[in-house]
Design a protein around this ligand. Sequence first.
Ligand code: EPZ
Length: 426
Amino acid sequence: MDKLQIEGGKRLFGEVNISGAKNAAVAILPASILADDGLCNIDNIPDIHDVKCLENIMVDMGIALTSERDGHVKINPNTIKTYSAHGENVRTMRASYYLLGALLGKYKKAEVAFPGGCSIGVRPIDQHIKGFEALGAKVTIEHGYIKAEAPNGLKGANIYLDVVSVGATINIMLAACKAEGITVIENAAREPHVVDVANFLNSMGANIKGAGTDVIKIVGVDKLRGCDYSVIPDQIEAGTYMVAAAITKGDVLIKNVIPKHLESMTAKLIEMGVNVEEYEDSVRVSCDKRPKAVNIKTLPYPGFPTDIQQPFTTLLSVSEGRSIVTESIWEGRFKHVDELKRMGANIKVEGKIAIIDGIERLSGAEVMATDLRAGAALVIAGLAAEGTTTVTHVRHIDRGYEKIEEKLRRLGASIIRITDNREYFE
Ligand code: EPZ
């Protein structure tokens, strides 16, 4: 059980390179299964646990997948031996459900263990199932597995999502791109990673239009082929380093980003009095005074991303004045608040709302990462706190952040990883 030990108070200066987007990569890897021939050469795959986990699942299914050190992955999906994905790896991560859409789209059958993921609330998949059934598949859930099959093939359909869902939008695209006829997804998610998956599928020969808007049209094609592709940069990793620069009153150039994907976070930081300068593929964040309190409400893209809410809550906990944070996407995404309170934060959670009265400075403590972005929020708290902060259960952070302590150390943070192989009770 690794820990991160941080000496607070070091201002961050210098440059940091952002890695490929986790939430794009974990969809694009399974999407490569849809290639009928040829190889998929995918660049800018982040070196994170969720990707490793997914790669292992795909290799266990017989897929020829090789990943190289520099984030390049080569896949020949046509050595696959089975249409079902079993085991611990499948159950621990959320994105394994993309295997359903890819296998169903290509082989018209799939069996995947019920997905896991961060404990940020109930994580239903009713909209995924609604989409698959609309395309003509029969979906059953038994013995902890989701089984989908369409012996008579898949036919295009009009699908209206009852709730804006990134996963359901992507999974329906995967299943529909080789279906007979036209599929229209309405009330679709518009996140950058949804667009990235659509671009990847179109590079394989799919016919998808409208990704990035709330109406996506997919015209089914007979064959898809391997392609060369590079994953977009991770907007949430970028936002995390933007907050780290602000809270430490540093001056950091965050490189290899798409500034447009960061707009809502940039706007919020500027509202707080933080300096943000946008360049072609980087943003510079600097702050020389205590940020001001602001209100935040998480919404589907292009609204304020729920995945950056927890790091921002940390920044607001030391900002001047009272902030109200409304988490409208996940009902269990304030677990980091109890840990911030151990560090002196003054936050009251009432359902989906957190009322934050900023204090001058947090004090270092031993705190526990309960999920991926909560862990990031606690690391950020440690960077600015007085004294030493130890963040435990770092495996949650390793799921979505590549080399976090190396990147922070290079910016001047005092942070070390302590590897502790003793087993702890959760
Ligand atoms: C993706 O999860 C991301 N994960 C999450 O990021 C992110 O928080 C979320 O999108 C929202 O942006 C990956 O991409 C792997 P949703 P997903 O389906 O697809 C409800 C991180 O930190 N819903 O967009 O599971 C659901 O309860 C992770 O990187 C249904 O009701 O999220 C939620 O309230 C955490 N029925 C809302 O929709 C469904 O069938 C949005 O969920 C599906 C979702």
